[in-house]
Ligand binder design. Structure first.
Ligand SMILES: [Zn+2]
Length: 267
């Protein structure tokens, strides 16, 4: 968390209000949040747009791009007071944008605008934008991989945007056991996977993302997402399809839910 739908929801909420405003000044208070920056360029420019790839949110200026990775608990707040979790503040001519991050896994990276394309090419295609050609490349890579499917789809170098909650949901919808070796998936498995990924991500965006009971995620103006009401497997006890008890295991320390009847392990 936050994953593609949450970052996209934040982007949409901010875009209609902040784009066009001039950045007057900014401060990054926390050295971990600032860990990839070697200097602090002066950026007195208008925000020309806000973009997103995978889980990255990007403020675009003429000469610079400010890249936000929200990590586990990062959030963007507009016109909120500075609090003990505020790691950076951006002072636009009308509004102030806070980057708050309780756990500090997130970061802010300020790069020259001309380096943005190369920077973003280091991660795999955004799962909402995957073309047929890109899906073939991903499947080819999967054939050479020894990973489990769940690890593979969480690895942002193959494809970007999926985090733990939606990985659980997508594999359940695709009837794929999360411990399936990725090199054993059939072309039909992959077809289901790509279709369900787009469907689940689009629904979650429509619902403004998933706010779990920990209330970590909310939108820049304080609203909560509602996609938690549409989850079918994550943190559930009984299967949405067959009512069988859901198994919970950990794969790479990440909570993994599956129905052993609907998601049979074929390895
Ligand atoms: Zn089931």
């Amino acid at each position: 968390m936050p994953e593609l739908p949450e970052v996209e929801s934040i982007k949409r909420s901010l875009s209609s209000n902040i784009v066009g405003q001039k950045l007057e000044n900014y401060k990054i208070y926390d050295h971990r949040t600032n860990r990839y920056n070697t200097r602090k360029p002066t950026i007195k420019e208008s925000l020309s747009g806000i973009s997103r790839k995978g889980k990255l949110l990007i403020f675009d200026f003429e000469h610079y791009s400010i890249i936000f990775h929200l990590g586990m608990s990062g959030r963007i707040q507009v016109n909120d007071k500075k609090n003990k979790h505020t790691r950076a503040r951006f002072y636009f001519d009308k509004d102030t944008v806070n980057f708050d991050d309780i756990r500090r896994f997130g970061f802010i990276n300020i790069i020259k605008a001309e380096l943005k394309i190369d920077y973003l090419n280091k991660i795999g295609p955004d799962v909402l934008e995957i073309s047929t050609k890109q899906s073939r490349i991903i499947i080819d890579k999967s054939k050479k991989s020894k990973s489990l499917i769940k690890d593979f789809i969480l690895n942002q170098k193959y494809m970007s945007g999926i985090g733990n909650i939606y990985a659980n949901e997508i594999l359940f919808a695709s009837r794929i056991h999360p411990e399936t070796k990725v090199n054993t998936l059939s072309s039909n498995n992959w077809k289901d996977f790509f279709n369900n990924t787009k469907k689940i991500m689009r629904l979650a965006i429509k619902n403004n993302g998933t706010t779990l009971s920990d209330m970590t995620y909310f939108l820049p103006y304080g609203e909560f997402g509602s996609n938690q009401n549409f989850l079918k497997i994550y943190s559930k006890t009984n299967c949405f399809n067959c009512e069988h008890i859901i198994d919970k295991i950990y794969i790479n320390q990440r909570a993994t839910y599956f129905c052993r009847k609907c998601q049979k392990l074929k390895n």
